[in-house]
Design a protein around this ligand. Structure first.
Ligand SMILES: Nc1nc2c(ncn2[C@@H]2O[C@H](COP(=O)(O)OP(=O)(O)OP(=O)(O)O)[C@@H](O)[C@H]2O)c(=O)[nH]1
Ligand SMILES: [Mg+2]
Length: 376
């Protein structure tokens, strides 16, 4: 479940295993077993939840973009059904009852994509962190060497009664898509921003080629990033050499179709105009289609009737949630339970699949934790 109070996934580095309660066994006297309690794990808003299937392939099962949104990754164990469930006109007082089921299990992959409205991208030392400090109360480290910022930092920018979230990202350099520098790993954090501020260091020898290099890197990360709306901003206007070439840079950027702004993140010059521009851009660009106020609960695909039969070291192994949980829950202690299991396995097609696989009376057949001797 996405919770506002949780801001990082760091806690999951220490604890990796979570287990919900199993279901209680069904009872006589018509009583059903209690279902296992749900285990709710809080993750930050912006967490993408994936599950690794039996085939090792990952699948995204939820994208928690709204506070309170939930995704069910594993069901708690169902309570076993009581004996009344198995009564029929012939079996008036069955002595069988299902066992409580173990909860579902699976490997869950959590990936945090920060949610911000505007992301600042630029080469190292362009002044990205200085800009975030100038406009919010966030305090990212600023220094005159490259790669000062190693992880994205978010700040809330307030402009009058309005506000937006601005993300300061680590510097990107040419070849980042090949893993140079800090690589691309954090670019996923800006995949969902609405606007990118492309910050250029006006004091660099060739800001125009810096701009190209960065765009190249964005494009090699993804088409989406390439298409994202960019506001080009030239920084360090307080330096005389930058002020001197402002006209020239402005003309060259406009020739590329940009509407550049010039600022000094250090003195604050031009920063107000930048914020106004960003607000008006944000008002025209839609939030990427994610947030839904309805707070939907996403569920992975329903329980699958699918199963496989393989022969391993002389015994047959049936894999698949349906048949395995059936056998584990029913148990095989009594004749009645065995008949019920057999009946349902036949309906699921497991019996004929086993026959096709060559099972004979007396062979061992394993379902999860239960192994049985096959009866013809
Ligand atoms: N003169 C001047 N220097 C600036 C300005 N903005 C930033 N700087 C300086 O540029 C250097 C880099 O600033 P940072 O804000 O750390 O740059 P960054 O883009 O966050 O750098 P990385 O995190 O390493 O990618 C620091 O020495 C800043 O003081 C500015 O407007 N004018
Ligand atoms: Mg920085």
């Amino acid at each position: 479940m996405a919770e506002g109070g949780v801001t990082t996934l760091a806690g999951f580095r220490r604890r990796r295993r979570y287990q919900a309660e199993r279901g209680r066994h069904g009872e006589g006297g018509k009583r059903h077993g209690r279902s296992g309690e749900d285990l709710v794990i809080a993750v930050p808003v912006g967490t993408v939840v994936g599950m690794v299937g039996g085939d090792g392939e990952g699948e995204v099962v939820g994208d928690l973009t709204v506070q309170g949104q939930r995704v069910v990754v594993a069901r708690g164990g169902k309570g076993g059904r009581g004996n009344a469930r198995f009564a029929t006109s012939i079996r008036q007082a069955p002595r069988i009852a299902e066992r409580g089921q173990k909860g579902g299990q699976g490997q869950v992959v959590l990936d945090l994509k920060l949610l911000s409205d505007v992301g600042i991208v630029g080469l190292p030392n362009a002044g990205k962190s200085t800009l975030l400090r100038a406009v919010s109360s966030a305090r990212p480290k600023v220094a005159e060497y490259p790669f000062t910022t190693l992880e994205p930092v978010l700040g809330v920018v307030e402009v009058g009664y309005e506000s937006f979230v601005l993300a300061d990202l680590p510097g990107i350099i040419e070849g980042a898509h090949k893993g140079v520098g800090l690589g691309h790993q954090f670019l996923r954090h800006v995949e969902r921003t609405r606007v990118l501020v492309h910050l250029l260091d006006g004091s660099q020898p060739d800001p125009m080629s810096d701009q190209q290099a960065l765009n190249q890197e964005l494009a090699s990360y993804s088409e989406d990033l390439k298409r994202k709306h960019q506001q080009v901003v030239v920084n360090k206007l307080d330096l005389p050499e930058v002020e001197r070439r402002m006209g020239e840079l402005d003309g060259r950027l406009r020739a590329l179709g940009e509407e550049p702004l010039f600022i000094s993140a250090a003195t604050g010059e031009g920063v107000r105009a930048l914020l106004q521009r960003l607000l008006s851009l944000l008002s025209t660009i839609e939030v990427p289609a994610v947030a839904e106020p309805e707070v939907p609960v996403l569920r992975p695909r329903g329980r699958q009737a699918r199963f496989t039969v393989v022969k391993q070291q002389g015994r047959f192994v049936v894999q698949g949630e349906g048949p395995v949980s059936l056998v584990e829950m029913m148990g095989l202690e009594s004749e009645e339970a065995r008949l019920e299991v057999r009946h349902r396995l036949t309906r699921m097609g497991v019996v004929s699949a086993l026959r096709r696989a060559g099972v004979r009376a007396g062979d061992r057949v394993r379902f999860g934790t239960v192994e049985m001797e096959w009866q013809a």
